[in-house]
Design a protein around this ligand. Structure first.
Ligand code: SAH
Length: 253
């Protein structure tokens, strides 16, 4: 670890611990993730990728853009897809699952209107990439994955990058995580047939936000739910395609 200035940080580092003082440089981030990262990408390419693909497509929250610049996506991508790590596509991560498309990660994160103090829940850890983005922007992240082998790899990648404000749980996330509820923000990274009632009930009463893809197994609408006491205001943000949310309040296996 080394301490560097904010200016250097924005140009030469991939990741920071929470608080943004201690940073990890590119080579260190790669070494810590078992040598992943032989993709040939350099920081300039990544910065222009962020600006061209995300900012230009409507991601305006500067904190979200900054987090997208800081988290090294290649660390979450399997070796055989390294060359595609900074393209705007979902990529296979094994077990028939995918790491989400960066634009969708940014759009969902932006919809949660995070201020930095939130207690957040993610359903569908997958590679852990979205969880890392949430770690950068909230106080504490609980993320649930139903496949133990994906949960374990994500846990290791997040730890290697220095994230300490995240807990990876194995289980059925459609029921949320009552032990740690309520949550200020809930992000569901898999497509559901309807909004799980448990997740609504675990939103904090004063403005808790839930973002979730709702629709068929093939195609969904990204839906935002904002709780105000007993009222739940729903709005549709746009079309999306996610792998199915499988569980007691999701799809049957
Ligand atoms: N957020 C991930 C991508 C998620 S892909 C990333 O950044 O890489 C969707 C994930 O949801 C898959 O890993 C799948 O196994 C998981 N999933 C599906 N149904 C689930 C459920 N009921 N509870 C927890 N995880 C679930």
């Amino acid at each position: 670890m080394r301490y560097i200035s904010a200016l250097q940080r924005s140009h030469s580092t991939f990741a920071s611990t929470r608080g943004g003082v201690v940073c990890i440089d590119v080579s260190e981030a790669m070494a810590r993730t078992g040598g992943r990262g032989a993709s040939g990408w350099d920081m300039r390419q990544i910065m222009s990728w962020i600006d061209e693909q995300l900012a230009a497509r409507g991601i305006r929250d500067p904190r979200v853009l900054d987090a997208m610049r800081r988290v090294p996506r290649h660390a979450f991508v399997p070796d055989d897809s390294q060359a595609l790590a900074y393209t705007d596509r979902a990529l296979p991560i094994g077990n028939g699952q995918t790491i989400s498309q960066p634009y969708m990660v940014a759009a969902m994160t932006q919809a949660l209107m995070l201020a930095g103090t939130e207690h957040a829940l993610e359903i569908g850890t997958g590679s852990g990439y979205q969880a890392a983005i949430l770690c950068e922007l909230t106080r504490l992240v609980i993320t649930i994955e139903r496949r133990p082998e994906l949960a374990e790899l994500a846990r290791r990648t997040l730890a290697a990058l220095g994230y300490t404000n995240v807990q990876v749980i194995v289980g059925d996330g459609t029921m949320g995580y009552a032990a740690a509820a309520p949550f200020d923000a809930i992000l569901v990274a898999a497509g559901a047939p309807r909004i799980p009632e448990s997740l609504k009930q675990q939103l904090s009463g004063g403005g808790g936000r839930l973002v979730i893809p709702i629709g068929t197994a093939e195609q969904q609408q990204l839906t935002l739910v904002v709780r105000d006491g007993d009222r739940f205001k729903e709005s549709v943000l746009g079309g999306c395609v996610f792998v199915p949310l499988v569980g007691s309040e999701g799809w049957y296996e």
